[in-house]
Each structure stands twice: as structure tokens, then as C-alpha cells.
Ligand binder design. Structure first.
Ligand code: TRP
Length: 455
């Protein structure tokens, strides 16, 4: 379709920007926290299966929609299926982006607090500090975490306003390779700690008795969250792809890099968790309690800690930019306002919601919905319901509404590149993904068990 939208500057830029969007707190903070609260290696196994068999097909499908329609999440469905209700997939996505950003910014803010604490020399000041208690004192405070949340949203706002091609691409190019390096250093330190084998066993030796339906749903949610799928984030990104971008190759590359980062994060965290006697199921604070213990064991603790938390904040930033961009692009294009105004609307809204997530680690800890705090409830609603649902519907949409010839033409760049697995991709996108996601849902809802009783 014709267009005159901005596109990303180069091939590498496209890959790095998309990797920057995918790799973030999802792999480094959320993955270890999910694995720890879901019993270990069995979760990892299911997660990897979901990444390959659902993640990649859904990602290719989103890339197709984005580049073919050259429009934002809602606009793309409106363009491809005018006058239908399919654009609700887009609305679901924009709402998800907005909700995710609101609690993601809180965790991102924590990384800034740790940068600050390292810089001011407070974090490693006394040798016997209990980092769990230390973290608790910070997170349950009212103003400090909210201040950092606001600060982080401000940073995101700044990059989003300065535009797609300059801001996002440049930031990703520098940060990603550096982050990779420091993760490897941390892994080496972690596996050479005393008693670290227990952590590796926990991470890599599956105990299938732990495999409940809620673990499977968590793994599905994590796969979608970590690859930024199911809410049109990658539709928006791929709308900036160039005509010659190889989309299925990009999908593989992004998925592989993302999985490697998550595995490195696991190898960095779990040996240390067991070595220092931290509970793997500590929850959202796991990474923030574990890592200072590891840094303390390294020479030049302050320096490592500083570089690491800065990079983690940057990785988070390349993801918050993507989440912000989804909502901003929508407000911008559908309401015909300026980029600046659109971004302000999003930033202020996200901040207000973020305040509640932040407070749910302290003042509002006791306020629960079905046993979940506000933060946990938002995370559950988005990662485990809205994203997989969005992904499922996106596949059904392309599977039923799009002519296969057009699909193939777009994915092979008008026949100029090969896509050998095209028919396998179509099969997975049309049947396997929607059915598998549907089954996981029904199972979690207990419906499947009821249905089985009928036969
Ligand atoms: N995938 C990112 C991470 O792992 C977070 C993220 C960015 C995201 N954009 C998204 C999650 C869209 C879901 C949907 O940190």
C-alpha cells in the first residue's frame, strides 16, 4: 500500500529496534520472577516451546499486518477490514499497552533508584546488609518509588516526542550489545559462587509434577510479554519497516536473541539465589534482592552495579518507548493531533495509573482483588489474558480475512526472498496458534474439565 511514513534507517537498525522493544525487563526481571514462582525448569521448557511454536508465527503475522497496512494498531485493522469489528483487536492492544506501561514504568523506576543508590554509595556501604529488607524499605515507601516512576515516564516521553527514527534507533544501537556483555560477566560470577549447582538444577532439570495449568498459562503469558506480542506493538514497529526487510528472518532473530537473554538472566539469577539462600519464589523483587548480593562479591562492586543498573534501565527504556509509541501513534493518527499533545495525554494517564501500582508494594499492599495486589492484577490481566487473546484473534483475522497470495507476496517481498517454511507457518498461524491458546485459556478457566465430563 502507498505511503510516505518514516521508516527505520537501516537493516541493523530495524533488528536492533525490534530487539530493543522485545528485550527488556521482561527477560531480565520478569522471566526469573515467573520461573521462580512457577516451580523452575518445567516452566522454562514450556516457555521455550511456546516461543518457537506460537511466538514466531504470531510475530510474523503481526509484522505482516504492520508493514502491509503501514498503519497503527487500530488503523491497520480498519484498513484491512473496513467497517468490521476486527479493529477491536487493536483497541484491546492499545489498552494493554497503556496498562502494561503503567506498571512497567514502576519497575523501571526501581532500576533508577538502584543506579542512584550505587552512585551515592549507600548500597554497598555496610557488609552485612540484608538486601531483602533494604529493598522492602524502599519499595514500601510512598514517595521515592513514585518519583522514579514519574522520572522514567518523563524519559520515555522525551524519546517518543523526539521521533521514531532518531530516538528509538539510536538508543537501541548502543545499549543492546553492551547489555549482553555485562550479562555474561554476571553469569560467570554467579555460577562460580559456592553451592551454585542447586540453582542450575532448579533452572534446567524439569520436575514435571510441577506442571499445572496455571504454570502453562504463566509460560504462555511470559512468551507473549517477552516477545511484545498480542497487542500490536510489533504491528506499529513493522509499519516503519522498509520494503526490503526480511520479516520471517527478523522474527527468528528477535526470538533467538530474546531467549538467549532470558536464559542468561536465569543463569545469572538462580545460582546466586541458591548460593545466598534467597527464596526463588520471592516474586517481583527477586532480581532486586539477588543481584546486589552478587555485585558485593565482585571486585569494584560499585562500578559493576552502576553499569548494570544503567543498562537495565536502558533496556527497560527501549521497551517503554515501544509501549508508549503504540498509544501515542494511535492518539496521533486517529485524533489528528500533534505528536507532542498525543504523547502528553499518554504520559499523564500512565502516570496516574502507575501511582496505584507503586503503592501496591506498600501502602496498598492489603488491597487485593482475588488475592492479587493492584500490580499483580494488572500484570495478570494484561500478560495472561489480553496478550494471548489478542494474539489468538490476530491469527484468526489473518487466517480468515487475508488472501494467501497477498500474504505470501508480502512475506516474500514480492517473491524476491525465499520463505521455505511458508506453508508450515500458515498452518501454525491458522490452526495451531489459535487452538493452543484457546485450550490454555479454557483449561485455566476450568471449562475443559467440565467439557471432558460430558464425554
Ligand atoms: N517485551 C518487553 C520486555 O520484555 C516489554 C514490552 C514491550 C511488551 N512492548 C510490549 C510486552 C508489548 C507486551 C507487549 O520487557
Amino acid at each position: 500500500m502507498a505511503d510516505n511514513r518514516v521508516t527505520f534507517g537501516s537493516k541493523l537498525g530495524i533488528l536492533l529496534a525490534t530487539v530493543g522493544c522485545a528485550v527488556g525487563l521482561g527477560s531480565i526481571w520478569r522471566f526469573p520472577y515467573m520461573l521462580g514462582t512457577n516451580g523452575g525448569a518445567a516452566f522454562l521448557l514450556v516457555y521455550i516451546l511456546f516461543m518457537i511454536f506460537l511466538g514466531i508465527p504470531v510475530m510474523v503475522t503481526e509484522f505482516f499486518i504492520g508493514r502491509y497496512s503501514r498503519s497503527n494498531t487500530v488503523g491497520s485493522f480498519k484498513k484491512l477490514a473496513p467497517g468490521t469489528k476486527w479493529c477491536w483487536i487493536g483497541y484491546n492492544g492499545i489498552l494493554a499497552a497503556f496498562l502494561i506501561l503503567s506498571y512497567y514504568a514502576v519497575i523501571s523506576g526501581w532500576t533508577l533508584e538502584y543506579v542512584w543508590q550505587t552512585l551515592s554509595g549507600n548500597l554497598y556501604a555496610s557488609p552485612d546488609v540484608d538486601y531483602g529488607i533494604h529493598f522492602e524499605a524502599f519499595a514500601s515507601d510512598v514517595f521515592r518509588p513514585i518519583f522514579w516512576t514519574a522520572f522514567f515516564i518523563g524519559l520515555t516521553h522525551f524519546v517518543v516526542v523526539s521521533g521514531v527514527d532518531k530516538g528509538i534507533e539510536r538508543a537501541s544501537k548502543i545499549m543492546m550489545p553492551l547489555l549482553f556483555l555485562i550479562l555474561i560477566v554476571m553469569c560467570v560470577r554467579s555460577v562460580t559462587l559456592p553451592n551454585s549447582e542447586a540453582g542450575l538444577t532448579y533452572l534446567f532439570k524439569p520436575d514435571f509434577s510441577k506442571l499445572t495449568s496455571s504454570v502453562v498459562l504463566s509460560a504462555l503469558g511470559q512468551a507473549f510479554f517477552s516477545l511484545s506480542l498480542g497487542m500490536g506493538c510489533l504491528i506499529t514497529y513493522s509499519s516503519y519497516f522498509g520494503k526490503e526487510t526480511n520479516m520471517h528472518k527478523t522474527a527468528w532473530e528477535v526470538t533467538i536473541i530474546n531467549t538467549v537473554v532470558a536464559l542468561l538472566a536465569g543463569i545469572m539469577i538462580f545460582p546466586a539465589v541458591f548460593s545466598f539462600g534467597i527464596a526463588p519464589s520471592a516474586g517481583a523483587e527477586l532480581v532486586f534482592i539477588t543481584l546486589p548480593n552478587v555485585f558485593e562479591q565482585l571486585p569494584f562492586s560499585n562500578l559493576w552495579s552502576l553499569v548494570f543498573y544503567i543498562l537495565l534501565a536502558m533496556a527497560a527504556l527501549t521497551s517503554t518507548i515501544s509501549l508508549h509509541e503504540v498509544s501515542t501513534a494511535y492518539v496521533l493518527e486517529e485524533f489528528h493531533t500533534t505528536r507532542k499533545k498525543a504523547a502528553w495525554i499518554v504520559s499523564i494517564g500512565v502516570f496516574i495509573l502507575g501511582v496505584f501500582s507503586s503503592l501496591s508494594f506498600g501502602l496498598m499492599k492489603e488491597v487485593t482483588i482475588n488475592g492479587l495486589t493492584f500490580f499483580e492484577a494488572l500484570d495478570y490481566l494484561t500478560a495472561k489474558i489480553m496478550l494471548p487473546l489478542g494474539g489468538m484473534l490476530t491469527c484468526i483475522f489473518v487466517g480468515t480475512r487475508i488472501d494467501k497470495k497477498i500474504l505470501k507476496q508480502e512475506l516474500t517481498n514480492n517473491g524476491t526472498i525465499r520463505f521455505r517454511l511458508f506453508s508450515i507457518y500458515v498452518f501454525f498461524m491458522k490452526f495451531v496458534a489459535p487452538i493452543a491458546i484457546g485450550i490454555v485459556f479454557l483449561n485455566e478457566l476450568g471449562l475443559l474439565r467440565e467439557l471432558m465430563k460430558l464425554f
